[in-house]
Every structure is written in C-alpha cells, then in structure tokens.
Ligand binder design. Structure first.
Ligand code: 9MR
Length: 376
C-alpha cells in the first residue's frame, strides 16, 4: 500500500515535471515567434499593389489596354488588371473590323465583355477607336462612297457603338492617328479622301451628338517630344477649338524605344493643356532591342517613372495607360522584330522594375500647380 502510494506520488511528480517542461517550451516558442515577427519583414507586399490607390490620390487614371480572350478565361491576367490599374482601353475589340465586320451587322460580344468587366470591377473605360485608317473591314476599306454615303456610314457606326455604351464609356479616341507616320501632313485615309480635312470636325461633332457627356479625343503618336508633327497637331487642335468643335483631349500614345524617351514630354503636353484640353499618355510602352539585358530592364524602370512623372507635372494630364497587360500580350514582338520586353509585366506575369518605376513616381509628393495634393 505504501509502495503504491509512493509510486503514485512519483508518477504525479513526473507528470508535473513534463507539464512544466512543455509549458516552458511553449513560452520559448512564443517569445521566439514574437521576436521574429518584429525583426523579419511581413509577408512580401505584391509589387505595385498600391498603384490604384496612389493613382487615385493624385487624381489620375492608371490604365491598361486589354484583349477580350484573356479577359474571359485567364484569371491571372484579370488579377493583374484589377490589382494594378484603374482604367482599361479596348486594344482591338472596338475597332471597325470587329464591331461591324459586315455592313449593318454588328458584333457586340467583345465590347460587351469588356464594358461589363470594367463596370464589375469599378474601372474607367476608354473607347478606342472611331475614325482610323487601320483595321477597317473590307466592305468599308474597299467601298467607294460619296461624301453623303460615307457620312451615313459614320453616323450609323457611331450611333450603334457610342450610343450602345453611352454613359458607360468615359472617353473616346474619335480621331486616331490623323497625321502621316512621319507627319506633318494629314494622313491620306479613307475619311480624308472622301470628306477632306473636315472629316475631323464632322467626326467629333457626330460623336458629341451621340454621347454629349463623353470626352472626345484625338489620339496620335510621334508627337510626344515636339517637332513638326506635334506642331501640326497643335495648329489643328487650336483651329478646332476656335471653331467650337467638341474636342476635349489629346492622347499622346507614347510608344517609345528604350533610350529614346523624350525629356520634354511634360512641356509638350502642357502647351496642349494650355489650350484648355485634357491630355493623357494613352498607349505607353518602352521597347528594348534584343538581347534584353538586366541593365536595360533597370534603365527602363526610370523611363516609366519619368513618363508617369511627366503626367503628374501637367495639371490637366488625366492619366497614363500602358499598351498591354504583359510582355506575352504585347504587340511589339510581332510589329518590331528584334525588340521585346516593353511592358511592366513580363511573359510570366511577374512585375518588372518598370512597375516599381511607376510606383516611385506616384509615391512622390511633388505636384504641378493646379493639381490637388496627393490624398485629397
Ligand atoms: O495593339 C494593337 C495590335 O494588336 C493590332 O494588331 C494593331 C493593328 O493595327 O493595333 C494595335 O494597336 C494600335 C492602336 O490601336 C493605335 N495606336 C498604335 C497601336 C499599336 O499599333
């Protein structure tokens, strides 16, 4: 009996010892975990995930051109768009060849997908594009219309497309690339050949009649750093405004080559803004000649930073949009063989230093006169 009691006592004592040891281990683990939590950085913040908030704090849009198919079935693609941008532009699906492939026959599947996506995710939407020389369906490109017939074709298309999304698309590139590639002459396109220079004023007036609230743009490339073509556009825009034509903004496309991003981008945009126009960088990309080196990728980040800063430096610059979601979706490799890596996300959907360049620009507190301070 005494032996049994003694055994119980020893067992109880051993049990208390084990409990105490376990408790001590727990305390040590807790203390170590707490110290590590203080010392080590938290879960890595996804690079650029604060871009939408930063852009909004400066009162600008940060946009991206999107394609329909991945918007339907590629959730990683969708996440990049919704996590990093506040606006989308239809890269191709609102162009004539897609919207009206046959005369009087409209296909809304792509545009509807895009506008619904933008609305579902609270993104602004830029409409692209109405009067251009490219991506026209055959019936239009090869049709021989007299001026009244062509006006009718324009009106039908705008009423259908601009009218369908009235109030859901904030701005339209009504006139796209009206000057010859090297400028400064007006481009000899279908609209010009049939209606003369007036097609520009007529197109803008027509779009305004269909959606009086939409901001109407001329969108052009090769004008970002000034020069003859930019001067010719300036003359054109001034003349249109003097005549009371509803022109509200100029899109500076911004298809740049690495190493050649103009220094005077802000200065050049500002003179258009001084006419009373909104301006924006509408199709930004910076292509790099192959082989693409780490050095070039780092330097490209500075170029993206400068482009976004140029917008912040102009009080009427309303946004910057990049032309494609990842390098896997960019138009560059196909159109400029020997160049690649033009966008802020790489082919594996990973953010590049260029993304950090945009963040850096937007984190600054500097501002141009007339632009509200960040956060207001
Ligand atoms: O990015 C677009 C590409 O997928 C098309 O093949 C190309 C056809 O012209 O158009 C590209 O987008 C252009 C835009 O609509 C207007 N500015 C120049 C863009 C790049 O060519």
């Amino acid at each position: 009996m005494r032996k049994t009691t003694e055994r119980r006592r020893r067992t109880a004592t051993r049990g208390r010892g084990v409990l105490l040891a376990a408790g001590a281990v727990c305390v040590v683990i807790f203390v170590v975990a707490a110290v590590l939590a203080l010392v080590l950085p938290g879960p890595a913040e996804e690079p650029g995930s604060d871009l939408p908030g930063l852009a909004e704090s400066h009162g600008i849009k940060l946009g991206v051109a999107v394609a329909v198919d991945p918007l339907r079935d590629d959730s990683d693609y969708q996440d990049i768009v919704t996590d990093h941008y506040t606006s989308v532009t239809a890269e191709n699906t609102m162009k004539w060849e897609h919207v009206q492939p046959e005369r009087h026959e409209f296909d809304w599947s792509g545009p509807d997908t895009m506008v619904d996506f933008a609305e579902d995710h609270g993104l602004d939407m830029r409409g692209h594009t109405l009067l251009w020389h490219n991506q026209q369906p055959e019936w239009l490109a090869q049709g021989f219309y007299d001026s009244d017939e062509l006006r009718e074709v324009m009106r039908e298309h705008m009423e259908a497309l601009v009218g369908r999304y009235q109030g859901r698309i904030d701005s339209w590139d009504v006139i796209n690339e009206p000057f010859e590639d090297g400028g400064p002459e007006l481009r000899d396109n279908l609209w010009y050949q049939t209606l003369g220079e007036d097609y520009i004023a007529e197109g803008l007036r027509m779009a305004h009649e269909v959606d009086p609230d939409a901001k109407l743009y001329i969108n052009e490339f090769g004008i970002e750093g000034g020069g003859d073509k930019a001067d010719a556009l300036y003359e054109l825009a001034s003349g249109l405004l003097e005549e009371g034509v509803p022109l509200h903004g100029i899109g500076f496309q911004g298809h740049f080559v690495h190493g050649d991003v103009p220094e005077d981008l802000a200065e050049n945009m500002r003179r258009f803004a001084d006419l009373g126009l909104d301006v924006e960088i509408s199709e930004l990309d910076v292509r790099i000649a192959e082989p693409v080196t780490d050095e070039a990728i780092s330097a490209q980040a500075e170029e993206y930073r400068r482009a976004v800063e140029a917008c912040l430096d102009v009080s009427r610059c309303v946004g910057v949009s990049v032309w494609g979601v990842t390098d896997a979706h960019s138009w560059i490799p196909e159109w400029f063989p020997g160049y690649d890596s033009a966008l802020p996300f790489d082919e594996d959907y990973q953010g590049k230093p260029a993304l950090g360049g945009m963040v850096e620009a937007l984190r600054r507190d500097r501002r141009s006169p007339g632009r509200p301070a960040p956060g207001r």
